[in-house]
Ligand binder design. Sequence first.
Ligand code: PLP
Length: 409
Amino acid sequence: MALVNDHFLKLPNNYLFADIAKKVNIFKAQNPRADIISLGIGDVTQPLCPAVIEALHRATDEMASAGTFHGYGPEQGYDFLRDAILKNDFLPRGIHLDRDEIFINDGAKSDTGNIQELIRWDNSIAVTDPIYPVYIDSNVMIGRAGIKGDDGRWSNVIYLPCTAENNFIPQLPAQRVDVIYLCYPNTPTGTALSRDELKRWVNYALKNDTLIFFDAAYEAYIQHPDVPHSIYEIKGARRCAIEFHSYSKTAGFTGIRCGYTVVPKEVTVATLYGERLPLNPLWNRRQSTKFNGTSYLSQRAAEATYSPEGRLQIRKTIDYYMLNARHMKETLRKIGLKVFGGDDGPYLWVQAPSGMTSWRFFEQMLYNTHVVCTPGVGFGPSGEGYVRLTAFGTHEQTDEALERIKNFY
Ligand code: PLP
């Protein structure tokens, strides 16, 4: 008899977006003619740029003949992509990493979920709240998060609230913690941390021997020079932080799948016997065992985002979405809603009017404007009373959604 991993049974039945889809489907069944605009799930709408498409065609042609065909690739990724990453994402920022500190993956979701396998089940973890649900759910699955209380908080997770009251800048934990998840620019709030603020976190981590898992999936959306694109821009971070990147939002790879994780050799963890072990070889061992590499096609496509044309083309698409973000923020503020984020990230975090709950605001918007947003409480208890809107719509959809929201509110 196989016994279930009963930590899985502690998870809420549905993923947030499945709950939303269910509610939208009920609405659709009742209102079959309604023209629904989704500004909820964070998927992109613009196609892959020409440089990426050309690279995909070239790579496909290579697969068609025996001499250039690619089978299993290195689990850690092809050198051509790892080198392009070092040269383009890190060297220009004064960050010197080795090729074997970069691990190519099939998107940041896998590695942000998997990374916690490297640490014991009884480490303490802290998350900024609200947050990308994968961080907590992956810890629930292994039994590290404890039990979920009626207030929506897991008993072994330390929550660092980010709300309008603290301008979405989390306070350092009052106690020492073993691991902290940070995501900047942030989903769901669309807010960012300045260099000085991020420095406080790195200094806390160095002082308290804390490991930081830093999710930089949205770094390409940063507009202000004072906002770091990588935690390694901060001195000392390579001793305490692992960083996750994704081409999903940078270059529209949500359907192609490619990202990477940086595990500097200087990041170490303790054994029960007081030794220190570097995480880099452990992650390498984990990946070699459980992961068989990202497809050659995806990696050639990712490489193309660094070509001169590719860089210009993906920048154009990011500018396109950020124009939506600016327009959304201005319009929603003009009609009196409290709106945050959207300056250095593609999300708008909107406070529900007059004490309404997140789900109530979601329903009000769906039923009265036929616009789908994401209830903030789905990202954690401090998200209650907010909803998230994405800037990933087309200009036309976004303008239409704003027009309807303006008319209703
Ligand atoms: N990290 C954050 C903060 C995200 O919001 C997302 C996706 O929405 C991901 C990671 C996952 O991205 P990927 O498509 O690379 O798996």
